[in-house]
Design a protein around this ligand. Structure first.
Ligand SMILES: [Zn+2]
Length: 102
């Protein structure tokens, strides 16, 4: 589940797995997003959203999720992305793990 929320200066922001992302840049077929802590150097997680509703998560967050619940008045809209199209580039290709084992 990807949720678009209202950000500062009316710029949309993205929430994936309760982590907040800021828009980084747009290309023709994809939009690049970065963790809201990316610019501070605290987190290197990013994600790429394709116009075909594919989502690629890159890197792991080094902190607790931004939200437990997203406040309703922040939500612009939600999109359901096909889970099979989620891949984590950092780990072995095709392997999706929700655990936090080290
Ligand atoms: Zn992060």
């Amino acid at each position: 589940m990807v949720t678009y929320i209202k950000g500062a200066r009316l710029l949309p922001q993205l929430v994936v797995d309760n982590y907040k992302y800021l828009k980084h840049r747009s290309a023709q077929k994809v939009t690049y997003w970065k963790c809201h802590l990316y610019d501070s150097g605290a987190c290197k997680a990013r994600c790429i959203i394709g116009i075909d509703q594919s989502i690629i998560l890159s890197g792991d967050h080094d902190h607790t999720p931004t939200y437990e619940h997203i406040p309703d008045d922040l939500i612009l809209f939600k999109e359901i992305f096909l889970l099979k199209r989620i891949c984590r580039q950092k780990s072995t290709f095709g392997k999706i793990s929700e655990s936090n084992q080290n």
